[in-house]
Design a protein around this ligand. Structure first.
Ligand code: GLY
Length: 593
């Protein structure tokens, strides 16, 4: 079991100040690194202090907040040059692929939620798709046993990347600048290099041994075989060339040109399934976002193939009648009802949701007032409900590293993007000279119904592998409106904890009246049905509340940190934009003008 939890932590509870799973993710009582999670550190712990006093940033015109300060500057410059939030979002997306290579990407996929100044709410799905040759049992051996590592560390784990198509679609429909212009800063950062900060190095350090396994990766992400150090300059000339090809040739260069050819060639050589047809057939899709009301606010978030918006809205609907503001932040009662609501919403999530192109998602029923009332009625006022007594089949626990950024421009357009290669650096392999990491999003699928994967997931049939299907995600880029006007843009990395982290950032602002800094600094909790435990950052509960919750039957597992909220809040009194970097991810920054 210890490996299971360590693997969950290594992958899902995204750390910022300290990224290695031996320190950032380990439980206080469990200080040994996991044996075989995909993010195993092979370096000594170098705990970087958090930056709890990071100042709140205010701005009148525009704001950008991302997990890497240079990408934030790229977005801010685009806004200052007259670009809108979509122009900036595409520029940041490419910049993060360079300066935040664990998670920012062109080899993965993601989601974009938009609230345009004219009032339209939009959602773009550029999630990776399973290759056309994929089969439900492709992660199993001839004996029907799931092969460890196949979906996370080999080319069989790679889904057809969507980021380049998604950014192109967004820019063409709602941007104002040329692709070449918004990509120029990323190309410069890749070509000229950038100075590594401790926060950057900490992330690279998680994967040193994996980088050593592949000479083409080691040539870039190690310095003559040794880990890069803070203060050194990391240059990525191959990635610069790939980005130049995209800037000149657009999506064709990536999906029907030399880049696709290089990835397909590497995939074939390494026993993967990707074909040129997979790349040529790839499409991003505009969908209707999930929307719900909570205490006078409208929540706009991700629909399937993400579970994020549905699970956030279902949880909020269950807790809506309770007086959380009166009970107070993480009081015994507010924690109890939040945890029980999450337990039930995650049970539904894991049972019913999947790619809508393949399975029916009963969103209307899940988000109905009747369903919320029924679930509410099943919550005992003074006791935890064992997860075994909550209906629904066991379902996927998302393993991930991911990144989220939020942007608001002068016109009032707001963009929330969460995108990912799944684990840090995906399969930790780069195809030939392309310079970018490939995702392992196939691991978000069911490897075999009923059999736990390396993270303890027992996955359902709705999420089984099928050709051209998108795996179920937890990514939740979310926008909150008050009376139709922008109030907040938010989101986070962190696997299934994304849902709780994003939701708590909203509750902290709209329910407890915190400012954005207080909302982000506040400790986080998470319950996802199975394991039947409450994950809690240190300081989540006072000793009295903790004792009370334990007496009610809760098993509380302390985890050092969860998620990395990149949020922008509109101060409803002054109209100003407010943001701050999440101190859990010290390389990031918020900046406005
Ligand atoms: N790969 C993590 C997620 O999509 O939820």
């Amino acid at each position: 079991m210890r490996n299971f939890y360590a693997a969950i932590l290594a992958c899902c509870l995204v750390a910022g100040g300290a990224i290695t799973s031996s320190d950032a993710f380990a439980f206080p009582q469990d200080t040994h690194p996991a044996q075989d999670g995909p993010l195993q550190p092979k370096v000594a712990s170098k705990q970087q202090p958090l930056r709890p006093h990071e100042p709140l940033v205010t701005a009148k015109h525009g704001m950008v907040v991302t997990a890497q300060h240079l990408a934030t500057q790229v977005g801010l410059n685009i806004l200052k040059q007259g670009g809108n939030a979509v122009d900036a979002a595409v520029a940041v997306g490419y910049a993060l692929a360079v300066v935040h290579p664990c998670c920012g990407n062109i080899g993965g996929g993601g989601f974009m939620t938009l609230h345009l100044a004219d009032g339209r709410n939009l959602f773009l799905d550029f999630r990776e798709k399973a290759p056309l040759a994929a089969t439900p049992d492709m992660m199993q051996n001839a004996a029907g046993k799931v092969v460890k590592g196949r979906s996370t560390k080999t080319y069989l784990g790679v889904g057809v990347p969507g980021s380049v198509m998604g950014f192109d679609d967004a820019l063409k429909k709602y941007g104002t600048m040329s692709l070449a212009k918004v990509m120029a800063p990323a190309i410069k950062l890749a070509k000229d290099g950038y100075v590594l900060e401790p926060g950057d190095v900490r992330i690279l350090d998680t994967s040193t041994d994996y980088f050593r396994q592949h000479p083409n990766v080691a040539a870039i992400f190690l310095d003559h075989g040794q880990p890069w150090k803070a203060g050194q300059v990391l240059k990525q000339p191959q990635l610069a060339h790939t980005l130049e090809l995209i800037a000149q040739g657009g999506t064709r260069a990536f999906y029907d040109g030399p880049i696709a050819a290089a990835v397909v060639k590497a995939s074939r050589v390494n026993h993967g399934l990707l074909s040129l047809k997979d790349f040529r057939d790839y499409t991003a899709q505009w969908e209707k976002p999930i929307e719900c009301e909570y205490h006078g606010y409208t929540i706009i978030s991700s629909p399937p193939p993400s579970s994020g918006g549905t699970t956030i809205c279902e949880t909020l609907q269950i807790i809506a009648p309770y007086p959380f503001a009166k009970w107070g932040f993480h009081s015994t009662q507010s924690a109890h009802y939040f945890i029980e609501a999450e337990r039930r919403a995650f049970a539904d999530r894991n049972t019913y949701l999947g790619d809508p192109a393949f399975v029916h998602n009963p969103i209307k029923q899940l988000l109905s007032a009747e369903h919320a009332a029924e679930l509410r009625a099943s919550i005992l006022p003074d006791k935890a409900t064992p997860s075994a007594q909550v209906k629904g089949s066991l379902g996927p626990y998302q393993a991930t590293n991911t990144t989220h950024y939020s942007i608001v421009d002068d016109e009032g357009n707001a963009v929330a993007v969460t995108y990912t290669v799944n684990s840090y650096f995906g399969i930790k392999q780069i195809a030939g000279n392309t310079g970018f990491f490939l995702n392992n999003e196939m691991d978000d699928f069911t490897s075999k119904p009923g059999v736990p994967n390396q993270f303890g997931l027992v996955q359902g049939k709705a999420n089984q592998i099928e050709p051209g299907k998108r795996s179920l995600s937890s990514m939740s880029p979310t926008i909150v409106l008050k009376d139709g006007k922008l109030a907040m843009v938010t989101g986070s990395p962190g696997g299934s904890t994304i849902i709780s982290t994003t939701m708590e950032s909203i509750l902290n602002v709209v329910e407890y009246g915190m400012n954005v800094k207080q909302a982000i600094d506040a400790p986080r909790i998470h319950m996802q049905w199975y394991p039947d435990e409450v994950f809690a950052e240190p300081g989540s509960f006072t000793p009295t509340v903790r004792d009370a919750l334990e007496a009610m039957g809760y098993k509380i597992r302390t985890v050092r940190q969860m998620g990395d909220i990149a949020a922008i809040v509109v101060n409803l009194k002054t109209g100003e934009l407010e943001s701050v970097n999440d101190p859990r991810y010290p390389a990031g920054s918020a900046a406005g003008y």
